[in-house]
Structures are given as C-alpha cells and as structure tokens.
Design a protein around this ligand. Sequence first.
Ligand SMILES: [Zn+2]
Length: 223
Amino acid sequence: MREKIPPNHLVVFGRPGSGKSTLAERLGSEFGYTLIRTGELLRAAIRRQDFLGKRVEAHLATGDLVPDPLIFEMLEQHLKAPGMQKFLFDGFPRTMGQVPLLEGFEKKLGFQIGAYIDIAVSHAEAVARMTGRRVCPICGATYHLIGKPPRVAEICDNDGARLEKRKDDTPEVVEFRQKIFDDYAVPILRYYQEHAPERFFVVDGEQPLEAVYAVTVRALGLA
Ligand SMILES: [Zn+2]
C-alpha cells in the first residue's frame, strides 16, 4: 500500500559530501519531521548511562561496532516515545543487515516509510567537494575552493591567515568514507529501487543546494 503523499516517514540517503544532512535538517525544521540519527542516539544513550547506554559504551570501548540487535532496541525505545508521529531517518539503514530491522519496526509499530530519497552525487563530485573545504585557523571562517572561494587563493578574507584543511578532509579519509558508502549504502539503494520503486526518489544532488531542496520538496508532495 502506498502511503498518502506527503509522507510522514522518510529515509534520506546520500554519500558524504552530498549535502544530505543539511537537507534533512531543513526538511525537519520546515515540515516538522523529527530527525533520527543513530549516531546521536548512541551518544545520548551513553550520556544517560542507563542499561542500554552502558552496553553501547562497552561495545565501543572495545572498538566494536554496535551490534544490530542493540541498535534495534535503541531505535525501538526512541520510536515508541511520545510525539514520534512524523520522522525522518538520516543515516539509517546503514547496512543491508539493518534493512530488515527497519521492516521489523514498520510491522511492529504500524507505520510505513512513505519515501526513500537518494540525494545522488557522483563519487568524483563528492571527493571534489570534500577536499575543497578550507577553514581559517584564526577566526574559524569556512570556505570552499569551488562553492565559496576566498578573495585571494588560500588566504582568509577576514584576517589574511593561510587557510587550512580540516583534519578529517585528507584525501585518504575522504576516499575511505566514499568507499564505505559504495560498499554498504549503494546495495541498500539498489534494494529499495527494486523493492519499493514507487516510493524511491532519486534527486540530482549536483545542482545548487537550493535546487536540490526544491526538487526534493516537490517530489515528496510537500509543496
Ligand atoms: Zn580568518
């Protein structure tokens, strides 16, 4: 059964550098979707130091990934909380192993994902975007060689300091994060494209951000 448009439950996908998280935040604030990010929930659980949080912390302390059953438990607790009528998953499912977890939630909690959105950016474009980021070590201003260049190459407009890359923007780290997406997320996209084609939307993420947002809003029937 197809959920009525506009949908109340969304999943947003996009590779690092696609602008996916910014878009998810904007959908959240303009249309009232609660953002669900497993990384944030895991950190919050650890801060609470409840039974769940202690087990999450124990896994992370040994360098393990948090196992899917624990992710399931954490998400279930969160989804059952009051006020969770309209929400958006940002970064879940992260692996094919988590796809049945989401299907399990839909059955158990009685909702259906109304739209899977893929903010599509090529590997090469994502790498160019991520390696083009610069930050001023003095005032913290951020630049982008393509999107928002300083007036003088590699020099801060505000104070003349030489711009730096962020620590996690080295070519190795950027390439590694893309590879994780290629290996783990691309199969998920293929799966939904095949199994839920009427709810799967590809948005060209290489347009200006404003256009990406407008196309997404239209595709979802929000405007
Ligand atoms: Zn500066």
